[in-house]
Unconditional design. Structure first.
Length: 260
């Protein structure tokens, strides 16, 4: 551990946060879960992520990766292990205006993405919470309010920069490491750490949202009517049905299709 830590301090260009440090109390937590890791690493580059992975392997530490930190099971932290917090790898850049290609850092949030893309009339079908991380949502699918026309968030990924378990940094696409590219689009965070994504964004205009709540006695009729309507609805309409939402009347109003 001492030798591995010395190597990390030499090779790592980001922040190394340890118990007792000024930032440790906030760094050890994800949005929903608190842990007690031995080190929280905040890399500033792909090379830093490589150094962090090699350190964890050499030191025999469990390694957690944190993007937006919204993991319900608490995968963004741990006890007595290492955490790689990607929040400093959050740059969002349009790299091809004609093809609407966007490079997004693995630690960016969807709010940061929207802030950059909106002035250009572009968007990527994503989730409904701006603080959710791009990486976590995309690697597990990415259901969003524009999914019916544009698919899941992962459907817009055209390439990714990935640090694998042996500390190598590779580019995954349909042409390069195609099996890894296939795996990260829906396989979660088990195949490596994505330090950057390349997305194909799509032109967008204003998005309109509405919600209608129905009483419990009408649930069967509402659901059947909703399903029938979606069979012929235009692709621009994305719709979901929710049940027993306590913020919308509890058991007295359990059915509420929301549409955009």
């Amino acid at each position: 551990m001492t030798s591995a830590l010395a190597t990390l301090r030499r090779d790592f260009g980001g922040d190394i946060i340890e118990p007792g440090g000024a930032e440790y109390e906030s760094a050890r937590r994800s949005v929903l879960v608190s842990g007690s890791p031995t080190q929280v690493l905040r890399p500033k580059s792909g090379a830093d992520v490589q150094a962090g992975v090699r350190f964890a392997a050499e030191a025999g530490l469990v390694l957690s990766v944190r993007g937006g930190g919204h993991s319900f099971p608490g995968f963004g932290t741990n006890d007595e292990g290492g955490v790689i917090d990607l929040s400093r790898l959050a740059n969002v850049e349009i790299i091809d205006d004609e093809r609407h290609l966007v490079r997004i850092g693995g630690g960016a949030t969807w709010g940061q993405v929207a802030e950059v893309l909106a002035p250009h009339g572009l968007a990527i079908s994503s989730g409904d919470t701006k603080s959710v991380g791009v990486g976590g949502l995309t690697l597990t699918g990415g259901i969003g309010w524009k999914v019916r026309k544009y698919g899941l968030a992962l459907d817009s990924v055209v390439a990714a920069e990935v640090v694998t378990a042996d500390g190598a940094l590779v580019r995954a696409s349909a042409q390069e490491h195609p099996e890894l590219f296939w795996a990260i689009r829906g396989g979660g965070g088990n195949f490596g750490i994505v330090t950057a994504f390349k997305f194909a964004a799509h032109p967008t205009t204003d998005v309109f949202y509405g919600r209608i709540a129905f009483p419990a006695a009408e649930a069967g009729t509402v659901l059947q009517g909703w399903a029938d309507h979606l069979r012929t609805a235009p692709e621009e309409l994305t719709s979901t049905a929710s049940f027993a939402n306590p913020f919308a009347g509890g058991p007295q109003a359990p059915v509420g299709p929301g549409q955009t």
